[in-house]
Unconditional design. Structure first.
Length: 327
């Protein structure tokens, strides 16, 4: 599959394999350090050639990093999203959740958050997870980043967010949503596959906070190869084992991985997809620390399903699970 946008490393259109190779040797922390150094040198008036020489890099690499800035600028134009103008950067009267039942009837619209990306999660979820399970400057990974809700929170809370999504449109949207300067951690977004994060080093991530598709309940693309929202439950669970194994590999020992997952109903009977996914993560080596029941509010399909539930006598699903695992 070739990428439809420029590779943020080399600055040119490249295949997925080339892209993975370009990233291979750069630990996320090293990469950010190099990017900062290049930007500083360019600002001080150095030429691309001199910057490359000084930092023992190729000119192509330096151009790639500078091209990355252009890419972000291009996305802003395409999406017609200007830099965040909001004055509201934090939720009002926020307090950390203290029990195993969470509900956010007002889903939260501070900073660049909005409910526009179908199936996105309330920013209160990553906010709670990030505050409870990470420290400032920690690297927070969301490998199903969607519109970037987790990264916006990571950035606001002074963490270094790393986002991955298989859909270039989601990546563009996430890039535009993290385009603000306030207090500020960092946010880095890549096109990639959660089943193979080979550009992320072993044991390099401080926290995983992620929200995969719920099998094929909501489809996130028409036909992107590897989009897990096209897999029915048995295949979905097999693929999620790869995601869980990658999560285990990249996470530091003693650190946490939070995964939101919901159930579904087939022929009137409940399918406990949440627990199936929980089992998959345990099988991959992670230890289950908490199960949080997340109440669902504002489901757009409530009207139709309400009628069906009366007609066929079943209960409407009104919760999801947030599983917290530890390595
Ligand atoms: C539930 S949405 C995430 C929404 C996100 N929490 C937000 O607030 O915007 C799931 C995302 O997983 C992405 N996805 C599906 N298969 C993927 C894969 N194999 N690797 C990475 N991302 C994938 C979809 O494109 C979609 O954006």
């Amino acid at each position: 599959m070739s990428l439809k946008v420029k590779c943020p490393i080399c600055g040119y259109k490249c295949t997925k394999t080339e892209y993975a190779k370009h990233l291979e040797s750069y630990h996320v922390e090293d990469y950010q350090r190099i990017v900062d150094e290049i930007n500083k040198d360019i600002k001080n008036g150095m030429s691309i050639k001199d910057v490359a020489q000084k930092n023992s890099l190729t000119e192509r690499f330096v151009k790639g990093v500078l091209g990355y800035r252009t890419l972000v600028k291009e996305e802003m134009t395409n999406y017609n999203v200007s830099k965040a103008k909001t004055e509201i950067w934090e939720p009002e009267d926020f307090s950390l959740e203290t029990t195993t039942v969470w509900g956010f009837p007002d889903r939260g619209d501070w900073a660049t958050h909005s409910g526009k990306y179908r199936g996105n999660w309330s920013p209160y979820i990553p906010r709670n997870v990030i505050l409870r399970y990470s420290n400032e400057n920690d690297v927070v990974l969301d490998q199903f980043v969607g519109s970037g809700t987790t990264l916006v929170e990571a950035k606001l809370l002074g963490r270094r967010g790393l986002g991955v999504d298989i859909n270039p449109d989601a990546v563009k949207l996430a890039l535009s949503n993290v385009n603000f300067e306030h207090k500020c951690g960092l946010a880095d977004v890549h096109i990639g596959d959660a089943r193979n994060l080979d550009f992320v080093k072993d044991s390099s991530i401080d926290l995983i906070c992620t929200h995969p598709p719920y099998s094929n309940i909501i489809k996130y693309s028409d036909n992107i190869e590897g989009d897990l929202s096209h897999y029915d439950i048995p295949e979905f669970l097999k693929e999620m084992y790869k995601v869980a194994s990658e999560s285990y590999r990249v996470l530091k020992r003693g650190r946490f991985c939070a995964v939101l997952m919901g159930d579904t109903r087939r022929k009137g009977n409940i399918i406990p997809l949440g627990f199936r996914v929980m089992e998959v993560f345990c099988k991959a080596g992670l230890t289950l620390k908490e199960i949080v029941i997340k109440e669902q509010h504002n489901c757009t399909s409530t009207g139709y399903w309400k009628k069906q539930s009366i007609k066929y006598n079943f209960l409407l699903i009104a919760h999801e699970y947030l599983f917290i695992f530890k390595k």
